[in-house]
Design a protein around this ligand. Structure first.
Ligand code: B1M
Length: 208
């Protein structure tokens, strides 16, 4: 049994095997970070490469995503390190035109685990919905995720709309194609490459 076997099960969409292998690794006291990074996130990198190389197509990517989500559910209780709702509210979503939600879900999960109240708007979310939700929930941070180069410009629209709305909320951005330079360019308050980094950033911005 090895963490790499989890990645292999994700790549062949064997959801039941993913769940069983993760349960076994947890029982064997394997670090949850290793299960997450090597077993699950590593698997999606393999899937992405196979897609780029024309070996896998959209339906297979979707099935791999489902297997990864099933695995995330198993490790979810082990990612927690704080009291829920004690540190402020984060409104999170994947931007308009973009349906990728695994990374966003992971960021949401880790923020919750770190004690933030998280309002997850889901995918394909426009500027108006982000602004409305931030006002309704008195959010301290709006967190935007994008996985497509074509949806990155939407982040700029959302950051601009938040500023125009005149609300005191910070915007943070992330997702595979997003860079620190892009965050600076569009006037976002912060950027992170991964979910733990998004938690650290949120802590800093909210002094929580
Ligand atoms: Co899509 N897809 N996809 N896809 N997909 C990518 C992103 C791609 C890189 C694949 C490839 O070509 N190699 C490529 C994008 C190319 C580009 O724009 N440069 C791509 C494409 C082209 C497409 C379609 C256009 C394919 C098509 O229809 N022809 C289409 C677009 C649909 C749409 O959104 N409108 C599409 C569809 C899909 C599926 C629906 C089949 C499925 C998504 C299912 C789902 O999410 N529910 C899917 C998948 C699974 C992928 C790959 C294989 C995996 C993405 C993933 O979940 N990674 C992906 C290739 C890859 O990334 N290697 C690919 C694991 C996840 C944990 O990582 O989301 O990066 P990630 O999140 C990370 C960090 O980015 C960060 O934290 C996480 C880790 O800790 N992070 C943040 C994310 N958000 C953050 C926010 C933050 C901070 C950090 O602060 C707010």
């Amino acid at each position: 049994m090895a963490v790499q076997d989890i990645a292999e099960a994700v790549v062949v969409f064997d959801e039941a095997k993913v769940v069983d292998l993760i349960k076994a690794e947890i029982a064997a006291n394997t670090e949850v970070d290793e299960i997450l990074n090597t077993g699950l996130i590593g698997a999606m990198d393999i899937v992405g490469k196979k897609f780029s190389d024309g070996e896998l197509f959209v339906p297979e990517m979707l099935m791999a995503a489902q297997a990864m989500k099933a695995g995330l559910e198993v490790i979810k209780p082990h990612l927690s390190d704080g009291a829920a709702g004690a540190r402020g509210t984060v409104v999170i979503g994947t931007v308009k035109g973009d349906l990728h939600d695994i990374g966003k879900n992971l960021v949401a999960l880790m923020l919750e685990g770190a004690g933030f109240d998280v309002v997850d708007l889901g995918v394909d979310i426009d500027a108006e919905k982000f602004v409305e939700a931030a006002i309704e929930h008195n959010a301290g941070v709006i967190a935007l995720s994008a996985l497509l180069t074509t949806t990155m410009p939407t982040m700029k629209n959302i950051v601009s709309a938040v500023k125009e709305a005149g609300i005191t909320v910070k915007t943070i951005i992330g997702g595979a194609p997003v860079t620190a330079a892009f965050a600076d360019q569009i006037g976002a308050d912060g950027f992170s490459t991964d979910a733990p980094g998004a938690v650290e950033l949120t802590r800093k911005l909210l002094a929580a």
